[in-house]
Design a protein. Sequence first.
Length: 384
Amino acid sequence: MLSKNGLPSQLVKRTDMALETHDHTLNASAPNYLDVALATRIGGSLARRKSLPSSYRPGALEDELNELSIVAQERVAKESGLTPPGKPRARILDRAQWVSANVASVDRLVGPALAAADARRKRHAPAAFERLSRQGSAAQLGSVLAWMSSRVLGQYDVLVGEEATFDEDVISYVGPNIVALEQRHGFDPSQFRLWLALHETTHRAQFTGPTWVRPYFLGLINDVVSVLASESSALVAGLTRALKEMASGQNPMREVGAAGLIASEEQLEAMRRLSALMSVLEGHGEVVMDEAARDLVPDAQHFHSVLRQRRQHPSAPSRILNQVLGLDAKLRQYEEGETFIRALREAKGPAFVTSLFDGPENLPSMEELKEPSLYLARTTPTRK
């Protein structure tokens, strides 16, 4: 049964209980399905190969970004209508530290879901094979995160929520990348750092202001991660579907990356719902950042233009990795989400955009995301 926005009604209804369910799941004791130490060691070693900028001073940078994040949150709250609990705090990481933090996040995020999927399996591989598989997955994860560690500027860990400790509720900034980008493009450091803080505090507001966003996101992750532990018959069915799409001239990796090669139709639908949510969050983040920076960061449009070019014109090896990892899909999330949010803002005003965060039933489908007029036609009679 579908709810009014095309989402399965049981997915919308379970959001009310998801905080309790997912907090219990994330803290439950379960077998470790990822060799965290190996992934961290491999990823950290690779990340440290890239030299640090000579002017990199992590302590001073952290102090500055702490102050700028407080300024940014006040402006974001005024512009977005979303008010997160408490003050934001900045943490400066080098590339290896960012890898370590994200290995831990991946383990917390997918470990319980993989354990549940494994428990449902009818047959299990020999222990030696399972061990090698874990080590291979760790090597792949560490290598991918090492490659990404030179590209990321900042992030808010969505695993934190109302139960987060003081030390967990932080915005992480990859200091060496920020300083290197400023030097490469001649950015004004104070302006660029405030501009970044506007973006990251917007994401913090999105996930901790409305109480439903975080558990809803984790519920979708639970659905999507099942593709990582599918039975062989499901994998064959997914590959068959992908081959048919390629034969008809379609790209099965366009929407969700390499997972599109093996995902079943049911899993693809869960991925589309997750993609729709992330498109709204990324697009909303871009628009709020632009509006909040309008009279606060004089060089904001220059920063926006440079980073957009950076995303849209990667090197040839990066283009291949982007598609395999689904980062091309993330780029489309920025573009489609921003177009969608701006269309809603122009048609109905900022308050209507903020009402997207009233509940999951207000989210668009992928079709509505690409055609905002469809969303407006569906929601205008019931929302102001």
